[in-house]
Design a protein around this ligand. Sequence first.
Ligand code: FES
Length: 288
Amino acid sequence: MANDDNYPVESDRRRFVKGVVGGAALSGVLTTGAVSVTSLTTPSGGGGGTMNYRGANRDLGPAPRSIPQIPIELDDDGNIMGLWPEPETREEGGVEFLVSEREFEVDGETVTYSTEWFQYCGLQTFQGIEPDADQDAYFRYDDAPPTNDYPWMENIIGGSQMNVDDFDQYEDWGNDIGDAGIGQPATGTWRSEDLPPEQTIPIFVMRSALIEELAEEDEWIAQTCPEGLIAFVGKCTHFCCVPNYKQLGESANFGAENKIYCQCHQSVYDPLNIVEEQFVSLPRPEDG
Ligand code: FES
């Protein structure tokens, strides 16, 4: 069969067809123990390098790996933040650079979260990705929330902070795409306040009763998804498009009506299946 796209999609499309026939449903099964190595090359310079991270499983399509999860914290007022640990200086090979990291204890093992999980697709050059950037960690709504797809956002003020109470329809929200009751979604930005559009870090956030259920049995989810909230950076790991969730009817053609769907080349990610994988984080320019 010809592969006109020049991407390694053919085998994925075959798998996709098989998956649809098999009726792969939205599953709450976590496979955090699974590690796949996409590359072992380590770039030169400080920061970046090969590391494990956690993200929404790539179910189908040419994307090489999962889309990175952003651990969430809530402040006392319920405002939602993406975890951005206090920067620390590290030295490797005589080069000093900053890292923002936190260790989690998960099933007796240490999982290191690093903001270097997001250093790919050019994000490594964004000001907000610098560990000591003059940005807070709050999630903010898009300046123009996608109210056509997410009518619940009609009263949201563009650019305002996300709050857990905004997601009070999370147990039964739905639109014309896929099933209702899976979760209440929102799009927004992170560490991008007062920066130009080309410096804006897109995020996807969802509050879901299914995440609440998962948190009862999964220590990672319990620690990174308070109140059923889960978040991902909005950059497809294939060619860096911003994927969407329940915003395109065509997603149903790829079994993605209840999943994160990238319309550029039909990659599908499952926000309810968090996996651990390995990738090569790219160094930030000031460290290179
Ligand atoms: S599938 Fe190609 S950029 Fe997302």
